[in-house]
Design a protein around this ligand. Structure first.
Ligand code: UDP
Length: 328
């Protein structure tokens, strides 16, 4: 069966394409290559360069390739950028997603998997956060994603569409076989930045805020390995295909690490004591956010395989070295 993967040339989407192919599904990638790479999509997948918000294009792709499900990854994902450019985020993440959902409804595609985010919860300092916790995003990014969750719920109530919302915590690492990884230029995410500092790709790095009400004063996050996250999408697809109802799941390991701990793990794994500067807080950052993942384990039967921060960092280091050889 053919699955349309928007953003399939990006970091998480390219791992989804591999997971689909490993399971014998056909992947059709739609990506505008704004941040993704054509080379991230292997020859076994169909690649179309275009905009997922172009409803007519999406409807043609669905008809031509016999698409039965959509996994929607394409998005802008940088919290501080969303604070500076909210309308860009609402256009790309929210308005265009409306067109994509409309294309699904118009063509009778009944299964939709949406990449949402733990940023919909806002500050979750009280401990592991469950899916029914209050939704109070602290950034335009979080709000741009939450609005799509609401659109999906309303659309599923009115039309023959069922969906799974996956709320990602902090995604990191790379395909353990080395087939894919994070190639994003000008990456801002912590593990990627720290790994680049360790390998001399940047002179050092900054820690944004040491005065949070957390054990060491830096923010706590729940880092999930990217192939485990792709597997969650495979499990979600199997769940929808089995006829189950729409549902929302956290994707995280349930373990928080501070920014300082992550930096220490990268230093230990690389053996490089790169320069780290303490700077003020970054706009839009909640102090702590850790997943309660009991629902995805119970309902989807999701079983993480790579829940080990030091192994995740090693994968990221290996991928960054490979990238360096390709793009010195
Ligand atoms: N962070 C940092 N230095 C960096 C990048 C990130 O201190 O160069 C911190 C950031 O402030 C946040 C955590 O690392 O507390 C995770 O940020 P990231 O951008 O990786 O993901 P987010 O949680 O914003 O989605």
């Amino acid at each position: 069966m053919a699955v349309l993967v928007t953003g399939g040339a990006g970091y998480i989407g390219s791992h989804m394409v591999l997971a689909l192919q490993d399971a014998g599904d056909q992947a059709v990638v739609l990506d505008n290559l704004s941040t993704g790479f054509r080379s991230a999509v292997g020859a076994a997948a169909t690649f179309i360069e275009g905009d997922f918000g172009d409803q007519a294009l999406v409807e043609r792709i669905i008809a031509t390739h016999g698409i039965t499900a959509i996994a929607h990854f394409a998005a802008k994902i940088v919290v501080p950028e969303s604070v500076a450019d909210p309308l860009g985020y609402y256009l790309n993440n929210t308005a265009k997603a409306r067109n994509l959902i409309a294309a699904a409804v118009a063509t009778g595609v009944r299964h939709f998997i949406f990449s949402s985010t733990a940023a919909v919860y806002g500050d979750a300092s009280g401990g592991a956060v469950g899916e029914d916790a209050p939704l109070a995003p602290m950034s335009p990014y979080g709000r741009s994603k939450l609005m799509v969750e609401w659109m999906l719920a309303d659309t599923a109530a009115a039309h023959d569409l069922r969906y799974v919302v996956l709320r990602y915590f902090n995604v990191a690492g790379a395909d353990p076989a080395g087939r894919a990884g994070q190639s994003t230029r000008d990456a801002t995410h912590l593990i990627k930045v720290a790994v680049q500092a360790a390998l001399g790709r940047r002179p050092g790095m900054s820690i944004f805020g040491m005065d949070y009400d957390t054990p060491d004063g830096t923010c706590l996050r729940d880092y999930i390995q990217v192939s485990d996250l792709a597997q969650a999408h495979r499990d979600a697809l199997a769940y929808l295909r089995a006829g189950h109802d729409s549902h929302t799941f956290n994707c995280g390991y349930g373990q928080g690490y501070s920014v300082r701990q992550v930096v220490d793990v990268v230093k230990a794994a690389s053996g490089v004591d790169f320069p780290v500067t303490m700077v003020p807080r970054r706009a839009g950052d909640p102090p702590a956010i850790v997943a309660d993942n009991s629902r995805i384990k119970a309902v989807l039967g999701w079983r993480p395989r790579y829940d080990d921060l030091s192994a995740i960092v090693t994968q990221a280091l290996d991928w960054e070295r490979r990238l360096h050889n390709q793009r010195p």
